[in-house]
Design a protein around this ligand. Structure first.
Ligand SMILES: [Zn+2]
Length: 336
């Protein structure tokens, strides 16, 4: 009896070891993505919570998001796009709209953007930034990194340029996009106007167009897709500290992204930490941006089907799981 028991224990040990080899696959999302796509919608705030946004729903319902992530304290575009791209607070990078429209930066300027770190990690990679409001390409993103900077004066032209860029076979390691028509509607008609909400609904269509163009290339299986806003709006624009102005969407989709609402402390500037982490780039210590603990989990079933483990190995893994369960059951019976 004692011999039988020790044999069973040995068997459990052996099967456990073997099953660990096949089953553990410790999922670490650091560097788990080949590409990161960041779509920034200027002035969108938390508005996708209030308007019909079917593309947002289909892309992010099964992923991670928070409608009212924190913005920078000064709810102005350059302050926030600066923090989103550099991972530091607005009063650290010091950008404002006028400065970014007037000045350029290079990689010696300090408070570098995630494009700088992506270039260091991937010297040959394709890096691209599409702007409607070109002050981001002009004054925030460094001009000596070989980032393709593509500026178009309306959102439809930006989206069209992105779709054609992807259709042509360009495959960026890191892509940033800024759309501006939602903010434009708020400045013209006010933040709670029907024109503003209608612009937000239109932005949802652009979101769908861009996401679908990435998907059409088969890139989403190893890409992280991030949606972010710089600030929200109130009746007379933005810049203040109302809840509406200082709330901004942050949504993340990818094969190892958990289905979850992000915690109430997330900031739009966390985009920089998330992007670097996904690409496997160590976050520089001066950045205060962080990866929400609940964001990444195991690679999900839809992607497990695409991972390199062969069907035969997956079958074997299932059989081993079954054996371990049976042995555990038997030992339970012996113990009685
Ligand atoms: Zn803005």
């Amino acid at each position: 009896m004692k011999k039988a028991f020790s044999m069973i224990l040995s068997l459990i040990l052996l099967l456990s070891c073997v099953s660990v080899v096949f089953a553990a696959e410790p999922y670490n999302s650091f560097g788990a993505y080949e590409h990161v796509f960041i779509l920034g919608i200027d002035g969108l705030g938390a508005t996708f919570d209030k308007v019909d946004s079917p593309n947002f729903d289909r892309i992010f319902a099964d992923n991670a998001y928070r409608h009212d992530a924190h913005t920078e304290y000064v709810t102005v575009s350059a302050q926030n796009w600066g923090s989103i791209l550099t991972g530091v607070a607005y009063n650290t990078h010091g950008f404002n709209n006028g400065w970014c429209e007037e000045n350029e930066r290079d990689s010696s300027s300090g408070n570098n953007t995630i494009f700088y770190y992506a270039r260091q990690a991937f010297p040959e990679a394709e890096l691209v930034s599409f702007n409607n409001w070109d002050a981001i390409n002009h004054g925030i993103i460094e001009n000596d990194l070989g980032v393709k900077k593509i500026n178009r004066g309306t959102d439809p032209l930006v989206v069209d340029a992105i779709v054609r860029y992807l259709e042509k076979g360009n495959t960026p390691k890191l892509m940033f996009v800024q759309l501006d028509s939602v903010d434009h509607a708020a400045h013209t008609y006010g933040g709670f106007s029907k024109q503003y909400y209608s612009a937000a609904e239109k932005a949802d269509v652009y979101l769908g167009d861009i996401y679908d163009a990435i998907n059409a290339r088969g890139l989403m299986k190893n890409s992280l897709f991030i949606l972010v806003a710089d600030h929200g709006e109130t009746t007379d624009g933005h810049g203040g500290q109302t809840k509406e102005e200082s709330s901004a969407i942050l949504a993340v989709a990818g094969h190892s992204v958990n289905k979850t609402e992000l915690n109430e402390n997330v900031h739009n500037r966390d985009v920089s930490a998330i992007a670097l982490y996904a690409l496997g780039i160590e976050q520089p210590s001066h950045m205060i941006s962080s990866v929400p603990a609940e964001l990444f989990g195991e690679s999900r079933e839809k992607t497990v089907a695409e991972n390199p483990m062969s069907p035969a190995l997956r079958g074997l893994r299932r059989i081993l799981y079954f054996f371990v369960r049976m042995v555990n059951l038997l030992v339970g019976l012996f113990d009685r």
